[in-house]
Ligand binder design. Structure first.
Ligand SMILES: C[S@@+](CC[C@H](N)C(=O)[O-])C[C@H]1O[C@@H](n2cnc3c(N)ncnc32)[C@H](O)[C@@H]1O
Length: 370
């Protein structure tokens, strides 16, 4: 799989789009609001920049794309007003892989600016927004051109599927039953990718510039733990059933692996220390329910519980579909998609009725050293 060509979220604004199914990622973004405020406040107070260049890496397309940007601008404008400073000019860079639906973002820019003006109620500094297609595992900006870099739920995607993992039979990700060499290959790919990411950003971020990065991760170091890739293990169950029924070839399943690694806090910290260009000001771990609309409550009657469980599993299925459909279609073809996601939803209903299912998030705040 050529990840930079194949990987993208479902575009557009339809029922299966990422735009319509990214509430979970929005919740995760809301959990890091205070870290983002801390980052821009400390940056502004130490440099009072006349121009603020902000990049969101792995921005995708939908309501989350400009959410972080608008939060940054609101905080910066408040800081300016408190100090009687003139507003800075804002250079906003929205980065993703070339298959991302950038057109959808560009179409929403006028309404974004209008909404922002309404919310801030005073004239803001001019805001120049550009799309930057390309992999963040390479140079995508000029030297020392960025003050703030943000990335949420994007850096767990690897630049490629690790090599020599043909023996990851019956699995489609790092899983509790993956052989040791597979787990090591995933970990090594993460280390190479993340250190390259840090090297590239070290060149692009100004001294004193901040980066706020949130990974889908895990709390503990054990790579075999359920936190690693349980959501994909359940998708693999549906695919294995389809192999048993002769709908998918076994060999087709065995040659499919998701390019995703969910690092632990200590794995992230180690790479930052080793690369050496950034200080780590904060590291936080948080959790979010698989079902972003989780309204589970112990007092609900049985029929309500069933309904909310069913709706919850539907939301999780739709979210996973928006994220993985292009990759699955590329490997297995269009024809299996509906059947696969019907089966996946049934498996999710079962699991979510028996377990409290959560994703773990690892967030770090870094400052570029002088
Ligand atoms: C789950 S989405 C997150 C989008 C958004 N940040 C949010 O929180 O809703 C992950 C995004 O990262 C992008 N991505 C993955 N690998 C990338 C890479 N190497 N370079 C740039 N973007 C990448 C994907 O294309 C996808 O749009």
């Amino acid at each position: 799989m050529n990840v930079s060509q194949v990987l993208h979220m479902n575009g557009g604004v339809g029922e299966a789009s990422y735009s319509n199914n990214s509430l979970l990622q929005q919740k995760v973004i809301s959990l890091t609001k205070s870290i983002r405020e801390e980052a821009i406040t400390s940056l502004y107070c130490s440099t009072s920049p006349r121009t603020l260049s902000i990049a969101d890496l792995g921005c995708s397309s939908g309501p989350n794309t400009l959410l972080v940007v608008s939060d940054f601008i609101k905080v910066a404008e408040k800081l300016c007003r408190e100090r009687n400073h003139e507003s800075p000019e804002y250079n906003i860079f929205l980065n993703d892989l070339p298959g991302n639906d950038f057109n959808n973002i560009f179409r929403s820019l006028d309404s974004f600016k209008e909404k922002l003006r309404g919310e801030i109620e005073t004239e803001t500094g001019p805001c120049y927004i550009s799309g930057v297609p390309g992999s963040f595992y390479g140079r995508i900006f000029p030297k020392q051109s960025l003050h703030l870099v943000h990335s949420s739920y994007s850096l767990m995607w690897l630049s490629k599927v690790p090599e020599n993992i043909n023996n990851n039979k019956g699995n489609i990700s790092m899983a509790s039953t993956s052989p040791g060499n597979v787990l090591t290959a995933y970990y090594n790919q993460f280390r190479r990718d993340f250190s390259l990411f840090l090297e590239c950003r070290a060149k692009e971020v100004v001294e004193g510039g901040r980066m706020i990065l949130t990974f889908l991760g895990r709390k503990i170091d054990d790579m075999c733990s359920k936190e690693s890739g349980y959501i994909w293990e359940l998708m693999a169950m549906a695919l294995n059933d389809m192999v048993l029924e002769g709908i998918i070839e076994e060999e087709q399943l065995d040659s499919f692996n998701i390019p995703q690694y969910t690092p632990s806090p200590s794995e992230v910290k180690l790479e930052v220390l080793k690369e050496g260009s950034f200080t780590m000001d904060r590291l936080e771990v948080s959790e979010v329910n698989w079902n972003a609309l989780d309204e589970w409550n112990d007092f609900a009657c049985e029929s309500h519980k069933f309904e909310s469980l069913h709706d919850g599993a539907y939301n999780v299925t739709q979210c996973m579909k928006a994220v993985s459909e292009p990759m699955l279609v590329n490997h297995f073809g269009e024809s299996i998609i509906e059947d696969l996601f019907n089966r996946y939803q049934e498996i999710l209903i079962d699991r979510m009725s028996k377990e409290k299912t959560k994703f773990v998030n690892v967030t770090i705040l870094l400052t570029r050293k002088p």
